[in-house]
Ligand binder design. Structure first.
Ligand code: GLN
Length: 480
């Protein structure tokens, strides 16, 4: 078995039992990346600073992730390594500190392999909004990997790294996971520190793991969750050992399927694959019922108001004075601000800043922003009510499989593809995307499970059972 094909858990066990040298693992991964990444372009920046020859001699204080390779989305800060957000604005920016999640990974002995490509400032669903280059879906030459964490998903799918971190504001972990045939978990808002994550929409953003199986997701969740005094929205509570929940199955779990989600027109092959998984879950003992989730139909509209409003405010800091790019040659301050922002931001980012500024401006604030916040409360209440009776809610992750590069030129069409993922961020609840099949073109299909606040363990439990029941033969594609 080639080492790059091993899961994080398999590698961890081999290391603990001293059956493998760290050097061999990293050589295998590095070989795979060198041969694959020129086609996939998952990495913006590979971490050249770590020395493979010295890995076995290093002094690891904690051994939970001893020597294990992990890739990080390029909006998560790493000290002394460029954090570009795939934007010209931050191309040269080098953070002077580590994000808390990076600190936790390093403390646990993990090795960061590099920074992965993304839609600029995490705005998008295809990674085509990267200012540098688009990433390619390992399952199909002309297909997008999804976004905005497209690089993180593609790197894992292609076997360049067993796990990665992404960020999810409206689906950016789950949607690329679904398009690339990997697992992706968006934790409860407040379960993982956002300190060091470059802000897009602060009330929706959340960091989470992507991996080739649910077991590895559980392992990563054990490392990244927990209170952080540097992020006041990070909740102070005890988290379980998530790997303990891999022992239970779905017997007697109550799962709701919202009519509103299945009434929408979406790809027939996605529908059939998700419903096939539902039947299998039923046979395995889950109690599955149709439910009504009324507010969800307004979630997309509310999301694109709240997210753009917060983005317009968060991105005001890029003025050429403190971070990153400063336009040369401007002869006064105002010109310097304007030219910096004109040159530094791409089209989609500018569109969102304008939209956000508009919905927050006096005269429109009540009609748009305030209304969206009220809708947000209704959606959250709807979910809370359902979770009083149900353990989980199930849906497709995306309405289609991976679309073609360049296919969705109309931004509204791109936004509409987030229909199943954004309600989760609006409500702040956790959700996981797991592969549930392939369409006739051989592209992966993802199924989404949503849970009540801080019930990640139930997601992990059910997703792990589903993975076992479906037993899909997922290969390691890398564009022949
Ligand atoms: N696709 C959504 C957007 O463009 C979600 C992005 C994200 O989760 N970062 O806003």
């Amino acid at each position: 078995m080639k080492l790059y094909k091993c899961s994080l858990t398999e590698l961890k066990n081999m290391i603990e039992e001293k059956r493998v040298k760290l050097q061999d693992i990293h050589e295998s991964i590095s070989y795979r990346t060198t041969s694959t990444d020129p086609k996939i372009k998952a990495y913006v920046n590979k971490n050249e600073a770590y020395n493979i020859d010295e890995l076995d001699q290093k002094d690891y204080k904690d051994t939970y992730l001893k020597g294990l390779p992990i890739a990080i989305k390029d909006n998560i800060s790493i000290e002394d390594i460029n954090t570009t957000c795939s934007s010209k604005m931050l191309e040269e920016y080098i953070p002077p500190y580590n994000a808390t999640v990076v600190e936790k990974i390093k403390e646990a002995g993990g090795i960061i392999t590099g920074k992965t490509n993304m839609d600029e400032y995490a705005m998008g669903s295809s990674t085509e909004n990267s200012a540098f280059f688009p990433t390619v879906n390992p399952w199909g030459k002309n297909r997008v990997p999804g976004g905005s964490s497209g690089g993180s998903a593609a790197a894992v799918a292609a076997g360049m790294v067993p796990v990665s971190l992404g960020s999810d504001t409206g689906g950016s972990i789950r949607q690329p996971a679904s398009f690339c045939g990997v697992v992706g978990l968006k934790p409860t808002y407040g379960a993982v520190s956002r300190y060091g994550l470059v802000a897009f929409a602060s009330s929706l953003d959340q960091i989470g793991p992507l991996a080739r199986n649910v077991e590895d997701i559980a392992l990563m969740m054990n490392v990244i969750t927990g209170r952080d005094e540097k992020d006041s929205t990070c909740v102070n509570r005890e988290y379980p050992d998530f790997t303990e929940y891999l022992k239970n199955d779905v017997t007697d779990m109550k799962i709701g399927i919202p009519d509103q989600y299945f009434d929408i027109e979406f790809d027939q092959e996605v529908r059939e694959s998700v419903l096939n998984a539902v039947e299998k879950l039923k046979k395995a003992g889950a109690k599955i019922e149709r439910v009504s989730l009324t507010g969800a139909e307004y979630a997309l509209a509310a999301y694109y108001i709240i997210a753009t409003a917060e983005a317009s405010s968060n991105l005001a800091r890029y003025d050429g004075v403190r971070y990153g790019l400063r336009a040369a040659g401007a002869d006064n301050l105002e010109k310097m601000f304007t030219e910096t922002r004109q040159q530094g931001f791409g089209e989609e980012v500018k569109r969102r800043i304008m939209l956000g500024t508009y919905v927050l401006s006096s005269g429109y604030y009540d009609d748009f922003y305030l209304k969206a916040q009220k809708v947000r409360t209704l959606i959250k209440n709807d979910f809370d009510q359902l979770f009083a009776d149900y353990d989980l809610i199930l849906s497709p992750t995306t309405p289609t499989t991976a679309f073609k590069i360049g296919e969705k030129r109309d931004p509204l069409k791109m936004y509409a593809a987030d229909i199943f993922t954004v309600p989760v961020n609006i409500a702040g609840i956790p959700a996981i995307s797991v592969p549930c099949g392939f369409d006739q073109k051989g592209l992966p299909i993802g199924l989404q499970l949503m849970g009540a606040h801080f019930k990640e363990e139930k997601l992990i439990q059910a997703a792990f059972s589903l993975e076992k029941i479906l037993n899909l033969d997922i290969k390691y594609p890398a564009l022949k």
